[in-house]
Design a protein around this ligand. Sequence first.
Ligand code: PXP
Length: 246
Amino acid sequence: MTTTLRLGVNIDHVATIRNARGGTDPDPVRAARLAAAAGADGITAHLREDRRHISDRDIDRLSAEIPLPLNLEMAATAEMTAIALRHRPHAACIVPERREERTTEGGLDAVAQRAHLTPLVGQLSDAGVRVSLFVEPDARQLDAAKALGAPVVELHTGAYCDAVGERRARELARLVAAARHAAAIGLECHAGHGLTYDTVGPVAAIPTIAELNIGHFLVGEAIFVGLEASIHRMRALMSEARLAAL
Ligand code: PXP
């Protein structure tokens, strides 16, 4: 049982808006500072191979200027590993990446990629980076993550968020079972992808989840209410749900 539930604010889509015009505004580092002031526990940024949102310079600046732990989302490639080893962020979340996808569509296949991932997790861990694997809520994936030495898993909540009615209840049950299994085998459990004010409560109520990483909805909502207000509301919903579940 984890009473504190951390919120990692993903600022990728501040960079998406900036890159739409190719200039310097809006600045994702300013968003990260604002998120820190609004009570975020960490900043998450995904440096994609195609640099479609976050840039190398953003990672340099986030590492140097932000008072919060940085969670670097990265593909399991030699290029990204070298960047992570240079910056040594607090955490690195290994995600699958396909150039043609609009967003990270599914979890990593830690079972099939065990041989490739094991040395990478080892290198990052030896450098003091806390490694998590972004996986589907599936016990086989969690067992594989554990076997290859990752201390943390992040459960992909996309299928749960996309589903409606009965199907959403089934997807939530998968998340609940996976989070329970993660705790049973000694993995710290995070979750994220696609979470909104409407979908966050039931995930925040899962007692063994320690951290949620949320970005797109918070940045979108910030257009209407400001980033600080969108983060405050998300935090309040997370806390309410967690407290009600205790
Ligand atoms: N967690 C991981 C591992 C992700 O790849 C993403 C998307 O970049 C998120 C959380 C946040 O998802 P969203 O932007 O949909 O809130």
